[in-house]
Design a protein. Structure first.
Length: 297
């Protein structure tokens, strides 16, 4: 008897649960239907106001990116330049990446939420919101990439490559050997830093590679010299070449800074234009509501 009663008991327990779930589903569906039927037809003034508030929130949130990237640059550069251990450097990178990723995710959600506004029933508003979403999405993507670019440049140029002209003693007998060894580590870091970098940053890193490789090859010639006389001559030529290294590095650095400034200006200006256009369209729509003394279409 006990064995035959158990399935019946389990079934009886499940029945109220199933009924409750179905009831909740019916209530939810009923509420949705009630909202859809009770909501006035057409675009409402409140829809436009809400969309304009969403627009302003997204626009204001973009001001947060620059301070976040600047804070990361300062902290990460400090950690790398002071030869902090690998775990500490990695922790700084991850902390700042998490902060920026959260901000980006929030703004992507805000942009997506705007596309669900009832105000998009009007084609002019729909087109303006689509443009706004594209241009501000580009700003979000650009700032996400900035973090990667900054990290890659700092890790290589400010990390493995820094000792080349900061720590080595040109008067040392082992200078050429030390330089070649350090340059090899620098070149490997520059090569790795291209992974994930954008086109402008990869161009900068490639230009640095060319300069460092040229200096490294001159120091290698010192090591390959057959006698003391040739070694002294090669050492002199290598030392003279080092005098021009700053100018050689400054040129691609300046070109990079100009390219970054141009790209940044373009993406920000396009976003600002899309914001001004959407703001104008929403304002005009609100003015039409006010002129007609209406809350709805």
């Amino acid at each position: 008897m006990e064995e035959t009663e158990q399935p019946a008991q389990k079934k009886s327990r499940r029945t109220p649960i199933i009924v409750a779930v179905v009831a909740l589903a019916l209530v939810a569906g009923g509420l949705g239907t009630w909202y859809a039927l009770s909501r006035p037809a057409g675009v409402q003034r409140a829809d436009v106001l809400r969309l304009d508030k969403q627009r302003a929130i997204v626009d204001n949130s973009m001001n947060i990116y620059d301070p976040l990237v600047q804070e990361f640059t300062a902290r990460y550069t400090s950690a790398v330049s002071t030869d902090a251990d690998e775990d500490e450097v990695g922790q700084v990178l991850q902390q700042q990446r998490d902060v920026l990723e959260r901000e980006s995710a929030t703004n992507k959600n805000r942009l997506e939420a705007m596309t669900g506004s009832p105000a998009l029933q009007e084609s002019e508003v729909k087109d303006a919101v689509g443009q706004f979403k594209d241009k501000y999405g580009a700003v979000v993507a650009y700032n996400d990439q900035r973090l990667t670019n900054t990290a890659n440049i700092t890790q290589s140029v400010g990390g493995a490559c820094a000792p080349l002209h900061r720590d080595l003693n040109i008067g040392s007998e082992t200078y050429a050997k030390d330089y070649v060894s350090t340059a090899d580590a620098c070149l490997a870091a520059l090569s790795d830093a291209k992974n994930g970098s954008d086109a402008e940053t990869s161009t900068l890193l490639g230009a640095f590679e060319g300069v460092i490789r040229g200096q490294r090859d001159k120091q290698q010639e010192v090591l390959d010299a057959k006698d003391d006389f040739e070694r002294a001559a090669k050492r002199t030529l290598a030392a003279i070449a080092l005098l021009d290294i700053n100018d050689s590095l400054d040129k691609p650095r300046t070109e990079y800074e100009n390219a970054v400034k141009k790209a940044s200006t373009t993406v920000v200006n396009e976003a600002n234009e899309s914001n001004a256009n959407l703001e104008r369209i929403l304002k005009e729509r609100l003015e039409r509501f006010d002129a007609a003394g209406q809350e709805g279409k």
